[in-house]
Write a protein that binds this ligand. Structure first.
Ligand SMILES: NC(=O)C1=CN([C@@H]2O[C@H](COP(=O)(O)OP(=O)(O)OC[C@H]3O[C@@H](n4cnc5c(N)ncnc54)[C@H](OP(=O)(O)O)[C@@H]3O)[C@@H](O)[C@H]2O)[C@@H](O)CC1
Ligand SMILES: Nc1ncnc2c1ncn2[C@@H]1O[C@H](COP(=O)(O)OP(=O)(O)O)[C@@H](O)[C@H]1O
Ligand SMILES: [Mg+2]
Length: 286
């Protein structure tokens, strides 16, 4: 039976920070995305991951936009990728440049993929290094399913990306929608966070619902923010379902704060600015 997400359960999904921790202990995250057309998506994910309380975020984008991305914020550590699009070569070069002890990575937002093997190599290599993965946007393709099945991976499709991956458009009605997502998660042994006015988060066994009722959140980039929150929380809580549910809840509350302030005129960076006030409620230091 699907369970509605509550703050009380989310509090348990966000681990406390240790008083004597040092830089890196609270998460090292890679964001792999971006293209000539979409420079903002990987930045939104990176800033969201940082604001979730991650210590270090590595923003991996094609060289063609790396200087523009660098100019956006000194908080970003930018790793320029060769080639305009993800290729076998750029994937292998990137794998050699990433820090060795990454906790999690989110892949796909704004990314242009020229060679399927490039995406498969990154996913297979990082998951073999025990890096928790979140796949979004351009990485949500049917051919990646064999590489993610049974691995520590969260997929974060909207309904269109879900149809592209699994062949069926999720119905609007909650019960059949939940059933379809649970079936896909179970058959592919992954966690799926199906985005929408109500997010459905499931591993095929346990399912959470996050009804948001926030019409303003259809603005571009709110899903990129969510992907950054998923990766940031995965870096601390290695439970795929709990981290995805917590990310959905935080993203929704950030959206609620933004809509309360700006009505139907929010932009995705409003959510980034709202994350600290939302997540402070869940802060614990031990
Ligand atoms: N600032 C930036 O850099 C930003 C960059 N971004 C990046 O843009 C890239 C493209 O992102 P995207 O999600 O727009 O994919 P897109 O190929 O249009 O749709 C795929 C298919 O799904 C469908 N579809 C879409 N939504 C649906 C829904 N809710 N329910 C049902 N169907 C839906 C859609 O149908 P259509 O709209 O064509 O009718 C189409 O057929 C991606 O990499 C993202 O990260 C964005 O994040 C924005 C900010
Ligand atoms: N009508 C809605 N009400 C509430 N939240 C919504 C609504 N539509 C979309 N969202 C949320 O907005 C985000 C949309 O993600 P996505 O479609 O990937 O956007 P983008 O790719 O532009 O970042 C998700 O977090 C989803 O939960
Ligand atoms: Mg998206």
């Amino acid at each position: 039976m699907a369970q509605r997400l509550q703050a009380s359960s989310v509090k348990k999904f966000i681990p406390p920070r240790k008083r004597d921790s040092r830089k890196g202990d609270n998460g090292k995250v890679a964001v792999i995305g971006g293209s000539y057309m979409y420079h903002g998506a990987p930045v939104l994910s990176s800033l969201a991951a940082l604001r979730s309380g991650t210590d270090l975020v590595y923003t991996c984008v094609p060289k063609v936009i790396s200087e523009s991305v660098r100019a956006i914020s000194p908080n970003l550590i930018v790793i320029p990728m060769v080639d305009y699009k993800l290729t076998r070569g750029s994937a292998n070069k990137l794998l050699g440049q990433l820090p060795p002890d990454l906790d999690s990575a989110t892949i796909g937002m704004g990314l242009s993929i020229a060679d399927e093997e490039g995406l498969k190599n990154i996913v297979t290599s990082l998951s073999s290094q025990n890096v928790m993965l979140s796949l979004d946007a351009s990485a949500l393709v049917k051919y990646i399913l064999p590489s993610v099945s049974g691995k520590k991976v969260v997929l974060t499709p909207h309904a269109g990306e879900f149809k592209r991956m699994f062949g069926e458009m999720p119905p609007a009605a909650t019960t059949p929608r939940v059933k379809m997502v649970e079936k896909a998660a179970k058959e592919n042994s992954v966690v799926i966070l199906l985005k929408g006015s109500t997010d459905v988060i499931t591993d095929g066994q346990r399912t959470f619902l996050n009804p948001k009722n926030l019409a303003s959140m259809t603005v571009g980039g709110t899903g990129d923010v969510l992907s950054g929150l998923v990766a940031g929380l995965l870096a601390k809580n290695h439970n795929l379902l709990e981290s995805s549910a917590a990310a959905s809840f935080v993203n929704g509350l950030a959206g609620k704060t933004s809509q309360r302030k700006n009505g139907l005129h929010i932009v995705a960076t409003d959510l980034i600015d709202a994350i600290p006030a939302v997540m402070k409620l869940f802060d614990r230091v031990i």
